[in-house]
Design a protein around this ligand. Structure first.
Ligand SMILES: CC(C)(COP(=O)(O)OP(=O)(O)OC[C@H]1O[C@@H](n2cnc3c(N)ncnc32)[C@H](O)[C@@H]1OP(=O)(O)O)[C@@H](O)C(=O)NCCC(=O)NCCS
Length: 167
């Protein structure tokens, strides 16, 4: 309860809450750096720039007080009245401060204004941090993909497909 209070309002904390703003092509490099710190097979800045250029992609970033201090970002893609989270990533030094929650909240609000009714995502079955985030937002497991993820060591991992209604 106390944690929720401080996370939501930033009280009793000397951390400035990051601002959530839409991403543009100029943020691709910073997104790629965060992605590389988060995933074994990271996307390049060019990959991210191409995604951001597509009108069906929605990207939001969490920015600190200093110019272009990107701390985390989310990309989702819409198809008709459904959308999927392409990626969500928070810089390791900034985790556990509610940044992913704020990014997902902003993305859900934006998708709602676009008429999206369901948001899907895939998540590695052992990714406890991501599972906690998605559970908090009411996502439910609607399927599984065996051996979906490839890990750095060559082994594969199960993915859950999750869905959450919007609106
Ligand atoms: C998953 C990730 C985005 C969460 O970012 P974050 O900013 O630390 O998340 P938040 O601080 O908003 O926390 C969200 C919820 O997850 C929980 N959580 C965060 N880290 C956790 C961890 N390591 N273990 C268990 N729960 C965790 C929080 O307690 C919070 O739950 P609550 O709201 O019920 O208290 C971040 O860990 C990350 O970037 N991981 C690497 C990339 C990744 O795995 N992305 C998801 C791919 S599907």
């Amino acid at each position: 309860m106390f944690g929720l209070f401080t996370k939501s309002f930033g009280l009793f904390s000397n951390r400035a809450s990051p601002a959530i703003r839409p991403l543009s092509a100029g943020h691709s490099q910073a997104c790629a750096a965060i992605h590389a710190a988060c995933f074994a097979f990271p996307w390049t800045a060019n990959d991210i720039e191409a995604l951001l250029a597509a009108p069906s992609t929605f990207g939001d970033g969490a920015f600190g007080a200093k110019a272009n201090d990107l701390q985390g970002f989310i990309l989702s893609r819409r198809a008709a009245d459904e959308a999927e989270v392409l990626t969500i990533a928070v810089s390791p030094r900034k985790r556990g401060q509610g940044i992913a929650s704020r990014l997902l909240e902003a993305n859900l609000s934006l998708l709602a204004t676009k008429g999206v009714k369901s948001l899907f995502l895939e998540v590695e079955a052992e990714n406890q941090a991501a599972l906690a985030l998605y559970a908090h937002f009411g996502f439910e497991t609607v399927g599984e993909r065996k051996s979906y993820y490839r890990k750095a060591g060559g082994e594969t991992a199960l993915a859950y497909i999750m869905r959450r209604p919007i609106g």
